[in-house]
Design a binder for this molecule. Structure first.
Ligand SMILES: *Cc1c(COP(=O)(O)O)cnc(C)c1O
Length: 406
């Protein structure tokens, strides 16, 4: 039963992940294949990085053409690819300018640096006193500064000390924000829906109220939409559900079209203009290959109307999942194709559900031990969503029968 590929990976790869025991070798659209030739529906899509589906033909063509033309030159020079990409991103988000990076965590760090420098140079906070507020249950990435504002003990344990100037407030609680703000507060950094936190959807009006409190107190509202952005929740950006415009926006994951790491921090000029040459940078950020892929990913999103697809199919899928009557389910919640099935931890683990789903050809991954995350490519066919709901229903029935028998 031992898979030699898994054995080899276990020997040579750091043990910082605990993957399900499957070896993937190929992907196309909403499907992936393993080394035994088995086909799976990918309902995980790399934590939403594969919103366009695997190997989207337009993205593959762009990748190949640009790879044969110009790839990496660093920002020491201009290229013809960067501006069209950033212009499109700014126009779609209503932001003035953007700073390109590679991973989500880097774009979050960029936002934190922008917020601090804005606090000192625009707001007038005294040197080294700026504070950034983040929410309990957040996930913003894995750098030391970012895990320094995490409330997850495992993300922090063994990695301190952490930089000062970060404060945690409870999520989905605008009064907590109001109470935490001081004259030194630079920014609130918040996920409109917490993804890694377990697909946690705050009550309607929460983000709008945060925006109002931030405006009244001269505090920047920065939305981390690395996971929720670009159509995932049925709007282009999840903050649009609340009819607000943040001061800063962080994008990543799906921005790379499921092909490359591409991220950026976008903001109003007042915020972005704090950066001067030499303040901040990245060797690979904004490279022509990444910019070409990023632009094509945005164009596909618009031209294939993936946002409306996410909204329509997501609503249908959520309703279908809500019909599942199982004592193992604590709650089913979601927005667009961003859905969490919360399992009652007294009765079963989400990992066991994911394992059984995998055996039936449906790939998903638990988040926070209790939540089965369902975030397929936005291009997925409705028929496959129906099939997925059946598999979930049957797995839960099967597990409940076993539980009763034991
Ligand atoms: C995944 C994620 C990040 C970090 O992105 P990486 O590319 O893994 O560094 C940041 N914020 C949110 C909300 C995320 O989901």
């Amino acid at each position: 039963m031992k898979n030699p590929t898994i054995e080899l990976e276990n020997k040579y790869c750091a043990y910082n992940y605990h993957p399900l025991p499957v070896v993937l070798v190929k992907g196309e659209g909403a499907h992936v294949w393993d080394d035994q030739g088995r086909k799976y529906v990918d309902m995980m899509s790399a934590y939403s990085a594969v919103s366009h589906g695997h190997a989207h033909p337009r993205l593959v063509r762009t990748l190949v053409e640009q790879a044969a033309t110009l790839n990496i030159v660093s920002r020491a020079f201009h290229t013809d690819r960067l501006a069209p990409f950033l212009k499109t991103a700014c126009e779609l988000s209503g932001m003035d300018s953007a700073l390109p990076m590679n991973t989500g965590a880097e774009a979050v760090e960029t936002a934190m640096k922008a917020a601090r420098k804005w606090a000192y140079t625009v707001k007038g906070v005294a040197d080294n006193q700026a504070e950034i507020l983040a929410c309990e249950g957040n996930f913003h990435g894995r750098t030391i500064a970012i895990v320094g504002m995490s409330s997850e003990p495992q993300y922090r344990a063994g990695f301190g000390p952490f930089p000062p100037g970060m404060k945690l407030i409870s999520y989905a609680d605008a009064d907590a924000l109001e109470a935490a703000i001081t004259p030194n507060t630079a920014a609130l950094i918040v996920e409109p829906i917490q993804g890694e936190g377990g697909i946690i959807i705050p009550p309607d009006g929460y983000l709008a109220r945060c925006a109002e409190i931030c405006r009244e107190n001269d505090v920047l509202l920065i939305c981390d939409e690395v996971q929720t952005g670009l159509g995932r929740t049925g709007k282009l950006f999840a903050y649009q559900h609340e009819g607000i415009q943040p001061d800063g926006l962080i994008l990543g994951k799906a921005l790379g079209g499921g092909i490359l790491p591409v991220s950026m921090f976008l903001a109003r000029d007042e915020v972005m203009n704090v950066f001067r040459p030499g303040d901040h940078g990245s060797t690979f950020g904004g490279n022509p290959l990444a910019a070409s892929i990023g632009l094509e990913a945005l164009n596909i999103l618009v031209e294939e109307d993936l946002v409306a697809q996410s909204a329509g199919k997501g609503k249908w899928f959520l309703e279908r999942l809500l019909q599942i009557d199982s004592p193992l389910i604590k709650e089913v919640r979601g927005r667009g194709l961003f859905i969490g099935v919360e399992i009652d931890p007294d009765k079963a683990t989400a990992r066991e559900v994911c394992k059984r789903l995998m055996e039936r050809g449906l790939l998903s991954k638990e988040t926070h031990e209790t939540v089965v995350r369902l975030a397929p490519p936005l291009t997925i066919k409705r028929k496959l969503l129906g099939w997925a709901a059946e598999q979930i229903e049957e797995v839960l029935d099967e597990m409940e029968a076993l539980r009763k028998a034991s």
